[in-house]
Write a protein that binds this ligand. Sequence first.
Ligand code: FES
Ligand SMILES: [Fe+2]
Length: 390
Amino acid sequence: MTAIMTSVASPWPPLFERLLAELDRKASPDWQAEQVALDPRVYLDRERFAAERERLFRRLPLCVGHADQLAEPGSLLAFELCGLPVLLARGRDGELRAFLNVCRHRGARLLPEQGTVCRRQSLICPYHAWTYRLDGTLAGIPRAEAFPCLDRTQLGLRKLPLAVRHGLIWIVLDPEHEQALDIAAHLGELDRELEAIGLARHRFYRQHAVRRATNWKLIVDAFLEVYHVCRLHSGTIGSFFVDAVSVNDSVGPHVRSLIAREDTPEIRTLPPQQWSPQVHGTLVHFIFPNSVFIYHPDYISHLGLFPSAPDETLFVHTMLTPEKPADEKAEAHWARSFELIDTGVFNKEDLVVCEQIQRGLASGANEALIVGRLEQNLRRFHSAVDAALR
Ligand code: FES
Ligand SMILES: [Fe+2]
């Protein structure tokens, strides 16, 4: 059998050409940018937060992780996302579905375990033991004679729209949302980049979800600028990077950033097809409104941000690896990487500062947050939020 090869041009060489020019100080358009000021109220205001929740978090597809995490039929995972109790379930038919984690009798939480994958044959409500199949249909009611006129077909779990693309799980946090999810259209030009990186081939390694006392946009801000990397992260990952050299683009409401690493100049001696956006630079995709993908040299971090209040955000970090660890040595290697990046960098450095800023803003010390030419992605991101709220 002859395989038909379609040759799709690699998206990376043009980005690297720009990154090399930036290293040579042939300054990018960001160096012409006006200094911008952000209004601290966007992080504090309750009305603004309610609008964001309604128009961004309840309407747009949100990435909630990788399908490999729930690979086995019978796998279940529950989270409280933006105030909604959500349940992901891989049915015995192999299909992945999302439901509200709420019993249709009197509303108890069906799966109380949060954030850890469990295996079940069915879902039994802890309150009065109404039982649901993993496809959401109502299977059984104890003492059914007490409910003489129930239509069981109407009492399946409330479903949330779900799609899997690039191996990633996307849902909309609105049971009334009726259109099928078109993730390719949502991603636009980034769709082929997620494909080129091979996210679908990656495997779930580990996840850590934590609630932090900060506005969700402060976390996005922290992952969209490189100005702080060699400073805040000087004791951890700072030395892997050239100081604040990157190329950045708005792609619809999303942002793409390629950050220069110490190894970037090496590509001058390599053919373009060997230029790697993980080894010779660090590619970052911000997918509007609340996902950040960071492509480290040998693994990928997905960050999902799910706000429950103006000053409270569930930060879900999922680590994806190119393969399952083959032996103990590989396991120890990934475990060390996870510890360094999740605990050492994200939780002890970035998120600590985000929480401090949240309290600092509430103090009234800053009438404006000043955004310089190295932080132009904040302008890109906040304009996209403003546009979506208009
Ligand atoms: S609330 Fe679930 S069975 Fe009663
Ligand atoms: Fe950082």
